[in-house]
Design a protein around this ligand. Structure first.
Ligand code: NAD
Ligand code: MLT
Length: 530
């Protein structure tokens, strides 16, 4: 079979390329032009980018084979994740692989700008020995303000504590415990942080809310002689406002790794001696690039194999261990979802999912996505996947409700219960894992049963009386269909019962017709495939 194809449009570590080549056909096209990428993207199953390649609607419209976009790095502001999701394209990044390097670069820019290191260095190398212009300031005893106390912000906080600084932080999206854990004092507003800090460093993503969040108004609140660092994304500190504040002396120095327009050439900020700039080098260490390259290669390979990928941006985030634990439940939910359209020929209006037992301590959103994928697969085939299942359900105006309960109501420790509804049609199913951690259907429309959700299963209603099951199994045997296991269930003695029969080989239409004609069988048996 032909190998799947990946195009790598920006520089990644050799280790990553070597790994990709083991499994895929690799086109390493560092710096490929936009025009050329647009012209050839339809040949690839995967695309690996860093921060320069724009993965937007125009590119994605042409990317007819694309299944995965790998971001070798952290920020995803160059990728239109919503459009990827709509196209069912998985987006993965490597958020933890370069955080240490970015945090260290932040400290380096802070120290360098406070001690005029880069400026003094350029003097010295030009043959001037002078100390007067370069007198700096200490960090010791001063207050650092961190905006965004996520992965990098928190690492910066712990490092700044080692300089005996007071660290304050503003991040409206994290718990109070996180501020305490990193030895920071929480500030309820950005204004408060601006007023109190001697140094300000930003570590948020760039988005509509954070673009230009430190503007003229915010800088006017700051202490005179405040020092700023941006090692996150260009524009979080508005460049024109910074320029004016440097001119007026409001801002004493700036350390900048990122710029509103990159590559940043002739940026007016470079005219200031008190600005230290680097060309987006936050993640550029040997260690980080090796980790990033290998990590993104692994994830792209996993995605193309259909394995569950750890850092998917357009799926709920989970730890690897959590994912491993949930994996068989994901399979269970998907198989349960697939039952509806195999038994009913009517559109779905509403789905109620209940997760019961210790499983609820985990990210159950992925189970709901799996259920929806399973539900829609029989009617949409390959067009639906984990990435777009929720959107596809929304498009079909299917309402989805989820509930969690700590205790399972049944004897099974963990239980997934689903009610799929539409006018006049309803399907109730409940499932769990067998001792061998295989998916097991334990209830269907109020009948308690136990059927392995594996291979082919015949489902049929019958009268609960003698001389029905015997002729039924004999008829299967006569047609060469072997029964692997079978469960008969009823609600009331002597009324309607249900049979779920796991068979080893497919029963064709003729067999199903024949089974349906047996006296006491109440409807044409349905053959479910799992
Ligand atoms: P993260 O997602 O772990 O943390 C971001 C934090 O910002 C979160 O805690 C979030 O709650 C907070 N936040 C979001 N909006 C906010 C707002 N309006 N006000 C205050 N806080 C807000 O991200 P991270 O991994 O720490 O990365 C931080 C930034 O660094 C990103 O922009 C990333 O792209 C960038 N980065 C740059 C380099 C580089 O080479 N310079 C390298 C790696 C990461
Ligand atoms: C990132 O977001 O990871 C950084 O911008 C690093 C990079 O891609 O160079």
């Amino acid at each position: 079979m032909d190998k799947k194809k990946v195009i790598v449009s920006e520089r990644i570590a050799e280790e990553g390329i070597t790994l990709l080549k083991k499994y895929l056909e690799v086109d390493y096209r560092e710096g490929i032009s936009r025009e050329e990428l647009l012209a050839i993207i339809d040949q690839y199953d995967a695309l690996i980018v860093r921060s320069v390649t724009k993965v937007d609607e125009e590119l994605l419209q042409k990317a007819s084979r694309l299944k995965v976009v790998g971001r070798a790095g952290n920020g995803i502001d160059n990728i239109n994740v919503d459009v990827c999701t709509r196209h069912g394209i998985l987006v993965a990044n490597t958020p933890d692989s370069n955080t240490i390097s970015a945090a260290e670069q932040t400290i380096s820019l802070l120290l360098s700008s406070c001690r005029n290191t880069a400026w003094a260095n350029s003097y010295l190398k030009r043959g001037t020995w002078d100390r007067k212009p370069f007198r700096g300031i200490e960090l010791y005893g001063k207050t650092a303000g961190i905006v965004g106390l996520g992965r990098i912000g928190s690492m910066v906080a712990t490092r700044l504590k080692a300089f005996n600084m007071k660290v304050i932080a503003y991040d409206p999206y994290i718990s109070d415990q996180r501020f305490t854990r990193y030895g920071t004092e929480k500030k309820a507003t950005l204004e408060e942080l601006m007023q109190e800090a001697d140094f300000i460093t930003v570590h948020t993503p760039r988005n509509e809310e954070t673009m230009h969040m430190i503007d003229e108004k915010m800088l006017s609140l700051a202490k005179n002689g405040v020092r700023v660092v941006n090692c996150a994304r260009g524009g979080i500190i508005k460049e024109t406002a910074l320029l004016a504040a440097l001119k007026s002396g409001k801002v004493a120095s700036a350390g900048l790794d990122v710029f509103e327009k990159e590559p940043a050439i002739n940026n007016p900020l470079f005219e200031f001696n008190q600005v230290v700039g680097t060309p987006h080098l936050g993640a550029d260490t040997f260690e980080a690039q090796k980790r990033v390259g290998e990590n993104i290669a692994e994830q792209v390979i996993m995605a193309l194999k259909g394995d569950i990928v750890p850092n998917v941006v357009n799926l709920p985030t989970m730890l690897t261990e959590e994912l491993q634990y949930l994996k068989p439940y994901i399979t269970l939910a998907e198989k349960m979802g697939s039952i509806y359209y195999q038994t009913e020929k009517a559109p779905v209006g509403q789905i109620e999912l209940t997760y019961s037992g210790p499983i609820t301590r985990n990210e159950t959103e992925i189970l709901t996505i799996a259920f929806l994928k399973g539900l829609l697969h029989p009617v949409m085939d390959e067009k639906v996947n984990y990435i777009n299942a929720r959107l596809m359900a929304e498009d079909r105006e299917i309402k989805v409700y989820e509930r969690k309960e700590e205790q399972s109501p049944k004897r099974y420790k963990n239980l997934i219960t689903a009610r799929v509804k539409n006018n006049g049609h309803q399907l109730d199913v409940a499932g769990t894992l067998s001792r061998a951690r295989q998916p097991l259907l334990v209830e269907i429309n109020g009948y308690e049963t136990e059927a392995n959700l594996e291979g082919y299963v015949i489902m049929v209603e019958n009268q609960d009386r003698p001389r029905v099951i015997g002729p039924f199994t004999t008829a299967l045997g006569d047609k060469g269909v072997n029964i692997a296991s079978m469960k008969v269930a009823r609600k009331v003695k002597g009324e309607t019962a249900i049979m779920l029969v796991n068979i080893d080989n497919q029963a064709n239409d003729e067999v199903l017709e024949r089974l349906g004609a047996i006296d006491g069988i109440l409807n044409r048996p349905r053959l479910l495939k799992f």
